[in-house]
Ligand binder design. Structure first.
Ligand code: PEP
Ligand code: MN
Length: 346
């Protein structure tokens, strides 16, 4: 059950409700959004129904939500959300391209990749400073030095930064540099990390766990939302199947399924799903055609020297084709390609 507070509700109104719910043996989780506060109730719905919550001061509505995820469900909010990343929208009316290197390696490589991203029609820059690698001997990322490079490249190109955080202990540091925190497939059920990201005050890009059902993915999003952050974008990045011809199997049907179950925007990562350069453009077409709200694509100026995921990075020769397909297909699906912000004057 969810209580939607009226915009004019006072902190006392909210405290009274939390206390009242406790008297019925329940727990109340308060989410203070920009325009309204939502209180998620966990406990015995029949007990809650005896409380006459609708009549309490400050209450605008009380919703019975049957989905296990409440705050992120469309039962809670029927209209689809728009998430703003430093002014760049990701949502139902737009097509937002995020592009950049898998990993931040050097200032020159990151700047070159960001310029490729801009030329490809991207409005946001991706790039990992903390890399969750299968092998402990593989490049683990530059850490804070990488975050500084991303922030310099943002100043130079105007592209807000999406970057991964792999540990709850690093969330504050990463949020100090990033415009959007990425939680990767391997960490989708790192609940301490989800909760810390929910408190960081930055939008979150939540990748689907490679072994996760859609319901588990939405429950992971609920962990973030429940800590007061509803600025969440879901990312389908491929799941593990028996198929070996691709790195992962892009579950394209997850896009409309997740959009029907949740109001959150859903984007697709054609790079980590296919795992091969020549699959990225076809899978991007499929993503836009199926109704994704954006795509996130790896690009690299010299993938043969890349420290991470070179084989799936688009190269200079692919950029015009990506720009063309993003703008043409966005129009055909009734969306506006999100323009890149201008760099701040030096
Ligand atoms: C990434 O985007 O760099 C990444 C590691 O992705 P995933 O978590 O989907 O593997
Ligand atoms: Mn990668």
């Amino acid at each position: 059950m969810v209580i939607v507070m009226a915009p004019e509700a006072t902190p006392d109104n909210i405290d009274n409700l939390v206390d009242l719910v406790a008297t019925a043996g329940g727990e109340a989780y308060v989410t203070r959004g920009v325009s309204r506060t939502i209180i998620g109730l966990v406990g015995d719905v029949q007990q809650f129904e005896t409380l006459d919550l609708r009549a309490m001061p400050g209450v605008s509505d009380v919703l019975r939500i049957s989905a296990p995820y409440k705050l992120v469900s469309r039962e809670n909010q029927p209209s689809r959300s728009m998430v703003s990343v430093r002014g760049v929208p990701i949502g139902a009316d737009t097509m937002t391209v995020i592009a950049g290197p898998c990993a931040v390696e050097t200032p020159d490589q990151t700047l070159a990749a960001a310029r490729m991203a801009r030329a490809a029609g991207a409005a946001l820059l991706r790039g990992g400073a903390y890399k969750p690698r299968t092998s402990p001997y593989a490049f683990q990322g530059l850490g804070e030095a990488g975050l500084k490079i991303l922030s310099d490249v943002r100043d130079e190109t105007g592209l807000p930064v999406v970057t991964e955080v792999v540990d709850a202990a690093d969330v504050e540091l990463v949020a100090g540099y990033a415009d959007m925190l990425q939680i990767g497939t391997r960490n989708m059920q790192n609940f301490a990390l989800l909760q810390a990201a929910g408190e960081a005050g930055k939008p979150v890009l939540l990748k689907r766990g490679m072994n996760a059902t859609i319901e588990e993915w939405l429950m992971a999003a609920e962990y973030i939302a429940q800590r007061g952050n509803l600025d969440i974008v879901l990312c389908e990045r491929g799941i593990r199947t028996f198929e070996k011809a691709t790195r992962n199997t892009l579950d394209i049907s997850a896009v409309p399924v997740a959009q029907n179950l949740s109001h959150l925007p859903v984007i697709v990562d054609p790079s980590h799903s296919g795992g091969k350069r020549d699959l990225v453009l076809p899978l991007s077409r499929a993503a836009i055609a199926v109704g994704a709200d954006g795509i996130i694509v790896d690009v690299h100026p010299t993938p043969e020297t890349a420290l991470c995921d070179g084989p799936q990075a688009l190269v200079e020769e692919d950029i015009a084709a990506l720009a063309d397909l993003a703008s043409t297909l966005s129009g055909l699906t009734g969306r506006v390609l999100t323009p890149a912000p201008q760099p701040l004057p030096a």
